[in-house]
Unconditional design. Structure first.
Length: 349
């Protein structure tokens, strides 16, 4: 079995892409195998790899790939979260599948349709530009028949008041791509983009405590990776600034699923992102995002009234650049060969 290590430039950790057809599907059987793989990775100096994408050609006529994501947790090589998804790992999987000729050759205008097994998401990766070893993509997160905007609110409220060790914190709990907790950066004492992007351990700990309070409200495990959390600020007209936490540290940019969820949240009246997007002068359904490592943009397709009864059909995230590097073998685990395969980064403007 061949695996590919896909490095997402601007993502917190690389992804190891594996062929699901040669792996057990049952979580209890999969866990010890992934543990042995992590042990081997640590022994060979690749303990930085915490993301695992299990991919195979889809048996469904409407999709090209089936994709399953597993997040390795830093608490131990046998610790995993099977509930989350990862947009950058989806893109890594597309390139790995292309390298295995599981897909028609990537060309401008071509689309790769991915079924996310973890949560039922439908993702379309559209090729904007294809060169010999690189290309840029627009990624569309679909909602099937559409979803009411207010159904994306995890508690049914656009804003919840979370009780944290530092006091009550207003937050919006929204789910699309991954569930997220969005807080206003200025309420964390971050009065400028420089302060937001330069925030250190104190802010990190404060955001973790907010995330824990949200998990407790939702009655979810507090030691898992969900919900994720991001601080959003409006410091420049026409833009939102975002700082997010990933596993196990600050996210160097923002996850694709985070961008997707933020665009959806900014379309729901009364949420923290919606209020900040309106203050920034952004039209409903469109966001421009600045992060510590670059910029990106997203657009949400919403039909119906401009309230929670509107229907969300999809969110598109643009300006994603993929670069395919020359592969090289870095070792083996029994019959596993690992190759360094790709690098991903936002296409900044």
């Amino acid at each position: 079995m061949i695996g590919y290590i896909a490095r997402a430039v601007g993502a917190p950790t690389p992804t190891l892409v594996l062929d699901q057809r040669q792996l057990p599907r049952d979580e209890e059987q999969l866990r010890p195998l992934l543990t042995r793989i992590r042990e081997w990775l640590e022994q060979n100096g690749r303990s930085d790899i915490l993301k695992f994408a299990l991919v195979e050609p889809s048996g469904h006529p409407m999709f090209d790939l089936d994709y399953r994501f597993v997040q390795g947790l830093p608490a131990g090589v046998d610790r995993f979260d099977f509930q989350a998804s990862c947009g950058h790992s989806i893109l890594a999987s597309v390139v790995a599948a292309d390298g295995q000729a599981w897909l028609p050759k990537l060309t401008p205008g071509g689309r790769v349709r991915v079924r996310v097994v973890d949560n039922g998401d439908q993702v379309v990766c559209e090729v904007d530009e294809a060169r010999r070893r690189s290309g840029s993509f627009t990624v569309h997160f679909l909602q099937g028949a559409g979803a009411r905007l207010d159904d994306l609110l995890l508690t049914g409220n656009p804003v919840d008041q979370l009780l944290t060790p530092s006091g009550v914190q207003a937050a919006s709990l929204v789910s699309m791509g991954n569930p997220y907790v969005f807080v206003d950066a200025t309420e964390l004492g971050l009065r400028s983009e420089a302060e937001l992007f330069g925030a250190g351990d104190g802010t990190f700990a404060q955001m973790l405590s907010i995330r824990t309070a949200a998990a407790e409200l939702l009655q979810w495990p507090t030691d898992g990776v969900l919900p994720k959390i991001a601080a959003v600020g409006h410091y420049t007209d026409g833009h939102l600034a975002v700082r997010a936490i990933s596993v196990p540290t600050w996210h160097p940019s923002i996850a694709l699923t985070g961008t997707t969820c933020l665009a959806a949240a900014a379309s729901i009246p009364g949420t923290v992102p919606e209020r900040l997007a309106r203050a920034a002068g952004l039209p409903r359904g469109v966001i421009e995002i600045d992060t510590p490592s670059g910029s990106t943009a997203a657009a949400a397709s919403v039909a119906g009234r401009g309230d929670g009864a509107g229907t969300l059909h999809w969110v598109s995230v643009s300006r994603k650049l993929a670069e395919l590097h020359e592969p090289h073998c870095i070792g083996s685990l029994k019959n596993y060969d690992y190759k360094e395969e790709t690098a991903w980064q936002p296409l900044t403007v």
